[in-house]
Design a protein around this ligand. Sequence first.
Ligand code: SF4
Length: 266
Amino acid sequence: MLAPLEAPKLEHLTPHDLVTYFRCPHEMELARALHTQRLTGTLGAVRTPLDVVPLRQSPLFSPPLTQIAVNEGRLELLDDDHLIYEDPGEDDLPMLFPPERVHIDPRFTNGHTTLVDTAWGFAGRPDLVVRRGDGGIFPVEYKETHLFGGYHQAHGRLFDTIQAIAECRLVEVTFGRRPSFGIVLYGDESGGGVHEGWVQIPYGDIEEKWLKVAMDQVRQDHTRPPVPALRNCGSCEPNSEGLCRFAAARYEGPHHHQAFLRSPRP
Ligand code: SF4
C-alpha cells in the first residue's frame, strides 16, 4: 500500500473551542454549527449521535493549577512595559497604556487580527499582548463583567485558566518568544474598581504538554457528548437557540454561570 502524500489535516481549534469543550463537548459542537450558519446561512454538521449517552462531567481533565498567583487590585505594569497587540474586535478593552507606550506589531495593523499556529492547527485572539523592557512577553485576557471576590468566588476560573494557557501558546508561536505566564484581568466597570483583580497563570513545559494533550483529546472525540447540568445549560448559547435536545435547564442569559456560582449553596 502506498503511503499518503500529505499528513491528514488537523481539525481547526480555537481557545474558545477548548473552553467550551471543557464545559460541555456537545456545546462546542453546536456552537461551531451555529458559527457555520452565520457564515453560510446553513447550520453546520453536528457529529454527536442521537443515541449518545450524556455525561455527568466533561471528559477533559483540568489544566495544572498549583502555581497560579492571585492578586487583588489593579494590574501591576512596569514603566518599560508596552503594548504590542490589541484585539481590534473588542471595543471595551481597558486603556492600560498611554499612547507613547503603544507599539502595535506591524503585522497586526493592516486588518490582520488573528494569531495563527499552523503546526498545531490552532488560532485565536488574546485581548492584549504586552512586551517587557527585557523582551519578556505575555498575553492579557480581560473579563470586564466578572467581579473579583477572591479566586474561588464567582465565575469559572478554570475556563479562564484554559484560555490563558492557550493564548500563551499562540503568543509564543506568533512573536517567537515563550511567555512564562498569561494574565487574566478581572475588571469592575460598575463598581469603580472596587472588585478588580488579576490572576497570573504560569506557562511552561507542563502547561504546554497539557494543552497539546487536550487538543489531541478534543480531536479524537468523535462523539462530542452533552454534559447536561444547570451550571452549564443556563448560559449555553446554543440552548438559547433551542438547539440542544439534552438541555437540563432553560437558557437564563450569558452570565447565568457566574450568578449560579455566586449563589449560596443549599
Ligand atoms: S444545553 Fe447543556 S447539554 Fe446542551 S449543549 Fe448546552 S451545555 Fe451541553
